[in-house]
Design a protein around this ligand. Sequence first.
Ligand SMILES: *[C@@H]1O[C@H](CO)[C@@H](O)[C@H](O)[C@H]1NC(C)=O
Ligand SMILES: *[C@@H]1O[C@H](CO)[C@@H](O)[C@H](O)[C@H]1NC(C)=O
Length: 538
Amino acid sequence: MKPIVLLTTLTLLFSPLPAAATGETQFKKRCSKLSKSFHAANTDILLAEYIARGTNITLPEPAARCPTSFISLADMCRLRLKVTTSSTSRVIVEVFMPTNWDSKGKRFLMTGNGGLGGCIQYNDMTYGTSLGFAAVGHDNGHAGDTALPFLNRPEVVKDYAWRALRTAGQVGKKAVNHFYPSSIKKSYYIGCSSGGRQGLKAAQEFPEEYDGIVSAAPAVYFQSVIAAGGQIFKIVGPPGSPTHLNQNQWNAVHQMVIDQCDGIDGVLDRVIEDPMKCQPRPEKLLCGPGQTWDSNQCLTAQQVLTVRKVYSPIYGNDGKFISPRLNPLTKEFVGYLFMYGGVPSYISEGWYKYALYNNPTWTIANDFNWNTVDDDFQQDLFGVGTDKTDLKAAKNKKTRILMYHGLADCLISSENSYRYYESVSRDMGLPSSQLDKFFRFFPIAGLDHCTSGDGAWFVGGSVQYSTAGALDVDPSDGVLMTMVKWVEQGIAPDTLMGRRLVGGNVTSEKAHCRHPLKTTYKGVGDPNLASSWECRTA
Ligand SMILES: *[C@@H]1O[C@H](CO)[C@@H](O)[C@H](O)[C@H]1NC(C)=O
Ligand SMILES: *[C@@H]1O[C@H](CO)[C@@H](O)[C@H](O)[C@H]1NC(C)=O
């Protein structure tokens, strides 16, 4: 090995490298040295390597329902860690540190997870590094988007509820502060779905860790979301049962909602600005005597009742409120694959089976009832419900929270986010004018769950970057840089810019207003232009 070292030294001594190249060499060296130089409690270093922009990294052991590769969007140092969180649990943490961090504001970005946790959001991380952030991701305490690792391991559930996030954030910051010559200036968080819930968890329990938190489509009121997954299966039943609708029939439901609700906001564009004004009447699709789906594209009375139930709030034992209705005019056919297709949501079933009951033979089909839901609420394992409305600590620490939720979300009802915002407002005694100093909520019409949709859905948020054309959109008015402006320049956003991306092209733009203002069509002008809309008091 010695001659190679000597050769490298000689090369450095005798070839007049440009300053940039020298800096690059030093960066690479510091990076590979991390495996010896970085130390943190309960932490093993699995990898420390330099990665050039454009490199396709294939992940050696891709976990269930997780990405198998990612493309680096920056020249960076990649650090992979294993942090032990108890004698029976650990979290895998990745830290991406780009070369231009110093000149880009010395910012730290934490990313969240999705579903049942378990997948590192590499796309969110690489997007962060493309903007100069040092980005951290973690596997939320277990590999794969599956609940199996929860079985008889409460410490793994605890990691999922909050501890993996907190641990990864702390060790990630330590690594970033160790690696660069200067310290982190500001810390940010982005995440959607489970990641949105994690962001709110941080806001509720450890807001001092972040200056700005972006929480999208949060699985807040976790037990409600899980219960809806179970109950929807009970409502639709397995394929072939009289209550069940097939995918074509759900497409007809979708069209029925468009026919009845699309015009409410004054623009026929398959987008409903305010789904709460939409009360679709599925009886419109009811078959008359002698009619059938095959001959008349109509539904039986039982199927019509299924649609009514899917678009009604859910109440459990003793009339207890469980969950708001699902949003009308979601991509019912996407929901079909996940919720209405006659197979119970793997998220709901996995949670009850492995986290709540530790019973591998438990199933939604055979065992789910309102007592299940009561058990889940009562146990509220490790505070996973994430429904704490006292955000005083966040307010005092001047942590900014930006929540957004797609109004065409077919998995988590956007009414959950309204409900959370209004509950915080009441419980803290802060009208919007006060609450909005640190907590703002942007409903996004025409956005599905986290990504894609028929409206101006692209806001530069979590899990949106892998869409064609996303990286060509100027990031300066995207949600992440909007949060940076709020934190670092005190410019609080009144609107959140959204764009519709189709086949890599931007086909419409809209500045989505913050709740409780309503994004309203002015009545004249091209509705695909942001300038044709304004924010009005409801
Ligand atoms: C990266 O490599 C993986 C595995 O070799 C491949 O499946 C994937 O398509 C590649 N990604 C791109 C964008 O080329
Ligand atoms: C996107 O725009 C390009 C250039 O205007 C055009 O050639 C292409 O057909 C568009 N793609 C789609 C899917 O509309």
